[in-house]
Design a protein around this ligand. Structure first.
Ligand code: ADP
Ligand code: ZN
Length: 434
């Protein structure tokens, strides 16, 4: 396969022509081949012939995670099982895992999408890419691996874990690009500091981090600690894993490979399509998938869309950073908030480390929110009781101002909370026990 960048700057009308043609083909194929889609379209009173342009998209039914689970394991396949050559499964951060299949062509197109994304982030064939996502059913490692190879970069498939060995590779093989979750980037930075490895002894220049939220504050901190620039990427297993979208150097949102993934933003409650610029749930229709095509898939991730050209010169539509996932949203005393808001606030304090756990409990006076957060070693070593009380109070005041209700902050010794090599669970909701 030859990697091409030609889509980057395609005029919008040409992109829309291509999307329209691919949408119509996809709709026809799933109607013919997948009983679930035929049934859902018939229930909505829509036939493939009704979908003539992108404006007709809202006529189509949504697909939800529960539809994939209900058709487990092969029910949504649009090819015969023999034509599928790979299966991946979501990491199950929230609930039951879902399986997604790929044909040979799907795998090639996936590699092309990730290669394009990496190129948007600034990776080139000269780079040495260390893939520290875990090689498993999860799509992160395989996606980044094939994408970097397709670009012609050298790939080191370290997987996650064995952090000291990871560092040896970083030093000896002169790795230039590190691919992993934000959580694991923190673990690597910590290990370097623990072993006294200076960031200047590394050749690392770029971090590609995704699969979970990373606040701007955490990004800036890791950039500083590792001496790199970071580009955050986005994807989800159901739609194809990494390669859906990525930040360019202008950092004005994530460019979407929209000739493969048609984006919409809808009101999460009513499902009504929202205009560009409005915040709502991201919805993707896959435009070229053979094995597991998806019509209007509800991602549960909140963002806004922007189809104006980017200052980097690319015309590919962008979505904002993921503002939260609807299934991650916490509602306390009628107020909504997301764990990533808490992260941004905590990292505004130089005494605090990016290790925290939000605990929710039900008391007879209503919901109580505790935030356990580690302090940095330099602070812990010279802390005083009065200083700690003052810090706790300032953090609590900041949280109250930003979120609107009181959270009890507990300052912890460095190293108290569990570290994660993949995604970190930031919330422990004990209210359900009642
Ligand atoms: P899950 O976490 O639901 O088990 P996946 O492993 O497929 O499933 O992860 C996809 C999800 O991870 C996305 O729907 C999104 O919530 C989250 N995610 C991925 N990349 C990012 C990112 N850059 N920023 C915030 N969230 C992200
Ligand atoms: Zn751009």
């Amino acid at each position: 396969m030859i990697f091409t960048e030609t889509m980057d700057k395609i005029p919008r009308d040409e992109m829309e022509d291509l999307q329209t043609q691919r949408l119509r083909e996809t709709v026809e194929r799933v109607y013919e081949r997948v009983p679930h889609y035929r049934g859902a379209m018939e229930a909505s009173g829509v036939r493939p012939g009704d979908i003539r342009s992108l404006a007709d998209l809202p006529l189509l039914p949504f697909t939800q995670k529960k539809d994939i689970i209900a058709n487990y394991p092969y029910g949504l396949l649009a090819v015969s099982p023999e034509e599928a050559v790979r299966v991946h499964s979501s990491s199950g951060t929230t609930g039951k895992p879902v399986n997604v299949f790929h044909t040979k062509t799907d795998l090639e197109q996936w590699a092309e999408c990730v290669a394009r994304s990496l190129s948007i982030a600034g990776v080139t064939s000269e780079d040495v890419c260390q893939i520290a996502f875990r090689y498993t059913l999860f799509t992160g490692a395989f996606g980044h691996h094939r994408g970097a190879e397709t670009l012609g970069a050298m790939v080191i498939p370290t997987s996650s874990g064995q952090t000291e060995r990871q560092l040896l590779m970083l030093q000896d093989l002169k790795t230039t690009v590190l691919h992993c979750t934000p959580s694991y980037a923190v673990v690597i930075a910590e290990k370097m500091e623990e072993l006294g490895i200076s960031r200047d002894s590394l050749s690392l220049r770029l971090g590609i981090h995704g699969a979970e939220p990373m606040s701007d504050e955490l990004r800036d901190e890791i950039q500083e600690r590792l001496g790199i620039r970071i580009a955050r990427d986005y994807g989800l297993t159901e739609v194809g894993g990494p390669g859906v979208s990525i930040e360019c150097e202008a950092r004005a949102g994530y460019h979407i490979n929209e000739d493969f993934f048609y984006p919409e933003v809808v009101d999460p409650e009513s499902g009504k399509p929202l205009a560009d610029g409005e915040i709502g749930e991201l919805v993707f229709t896959t435009l070229a998938k053979e094995a597991s095509p998806l019509l209007r898939y509800r991602t549960r991730d909140l963002a806004r869309l922007d189809r104006t050209p980017c200052s980097c010169g690319r015309t590919l539509a962008r979505h904002s950073r993921i503002l939260g996932r609807t299934d991650d949203m916490l509602i306390v005393g009628g107020v909504n908030f997301f764990p990533s808001q808490v992260e941004s606030l905590l990292l505004g304090f130089s005494e605090l480390a990016p290790h925290y756990l939000i605990r929710l409990a039900r008391t007879n006076r209503g919901d109580a929110v505790n935030v356990d957060v580690e302090t940095v070693p330099a602070y812990w070593a010279q802390r005083s009781e009065a200083g700690a009380a003052g810090l706790k109070q300032s953090v609590e005041r900041k949280m109250k101002e930003a979120v609107g209700f009181r959270m009890e902050v507990v300052l912890l010794e460095p190293g108290t909370l569990a570290r994660s090599e993949g995604k970190t669970r930031r919330v422990q909701d004990e209210r359900r026990a009642f």
